[in-house]
Design a protein around this ligand. Structure first.
Ligand SMILES: C[S@@+](CC[C@H](N)C(=O)[O-])C[C@H]1O[C@@H](n2cnc3c(N)ncnc32)[C@H](O)[C@@H]1O
Length: 289
């Protein structure tokens, strides 16, 4: 019917969207262009319902007021709702092959190795690193390896710490690391369309791992007492503006050793961002100065 417009359940104007968009960019670096307007609405409605708030403007004021008092809790809930935490074990496998090869080379000159997974989401990335590290440490027991897994979102970090994942048993069988270090918790539900079973990360690979909540936009450099040899910064900078990416890599450069490796996500690059790294191969960079 001409002229009939579907009305949103909650009041949501262009101004509400841009207020939220600015707040998110200012405090997390995540850019929300106009194309994300309906996504923001659909990802946040449930939260407004829970809080019994009828207008996005009211929700924005609530988050802003909390932030100005130094309380980040609701802001993190907002970030959790709008970001994509998609990840899986051994995503972009070539990075883990590179890590395996270079752990071996590095251990010829040093006996302590530090690795950071800086947008770890629910932990599939750092646990995949830990599997490779554990295999390496069994062969090289004098080398001490530490993995720090961090994310802005405390909820995903809780899941990461649990280390429980739904995986297709065929994929577990096909990957020697998963076969060894995933323990079956619950067999697939025959009604599940994906035929996934529930697996838990084995206890033997847990000692390498330390979890921390870190917002990449903040100044976290002094939190680390030693420099890193490998940094996984994958599938997070796509959300940031070029300017935010430049500022982030200035800080990342500070906490990496010369000769250390940086891994980015499949659609990310350092082109026009920093000259401190040399591209080695697909999305794999070496710090050269
Ligand atoms: C798509 S996941 C990437 C997971 C993993 N690195 C991978 O490639 O499979 C993106 C993650 O970045 C996190 N993130 C977004 N902005 C962030 C920020 N400012 N500081 C730290 N983490 C952030 C999100 O919470 C989310 O868990």
């Amino acid at each position: 019917m001409e002229g009939l417009q579907l009305k949103n359940e909650f009041d949501y104007s262009d101004k509400d969207f841009w207020d939220i968009s600015r707040l998110v960019t200012e405090h997390s670096g995540i850019e929300l262009p106009e194309s994300k307007k309906s996504l923001v609405y659909s990802r946040l409605v449930r939260r407004l319902r829970t809080l019994n708030i009828m207008r996005f403007s009211e929700y924005y004021e609530l988050v802003k007021a909390d932030l100005s008092k130094g309380n980040e809790q609701e802001f993190l809930t907002l970030i959790n709702a709008i970001t994509t935490n998609v990840t899986h074990l051994f995503r972009e496998h070539h990075h883990f092959d590179h890590l395996k090869e270079h752990l071996k080379l590095l251990s010829q000159t040093q006996d302590k190795i530090n690795i950071w997974s800086c947008a770890a989401s629910i932990g599939a990335e750092p646990w995949s690193i830990a599997m490779v590290v554990h295999e390496f440490c069994k062969e090289n027991p004098s080398c001490k390896v530490r993995i720090i897994a961090s994310d802005i979102d405390s909820e995903v970090l809780k899941q990461a710490q649990k280390g429980v994942y739904e995986v297709n048993p065929e994929n577990v069988k096909a990957n020697p690391y998963l076969k060894k270090y995933l323990k079956l918790e619950k067999t697939e539900d025959s009604n599940s369309p994906l035929h996934h079973s529930l697996y838990k990360i084995s206890d033997e690979i847990r000692p390498y791992m330390e979890f921390r909540q870190i917002n990449l936009l903040h100044n976290w450099q002094k939190e680390f007492h030693s420099k890193f040899d490998f940094v996984f910064c994958r599938n997070v900078i796509i959300y940031f503006s070029k300017q935010t990416q430049k500022q982030l890599f200035e800080k990342i450069t500070e906490i990496m050793n010369v000769g250390a490796y940086l891994y980015l996500g499949h659609s990310e690059s350092l082109l026009g961002i920093t000259d401190d790294f040399e591209n080695q191969r697909q999305t794999t960079y070496k710090k050269v100065r």
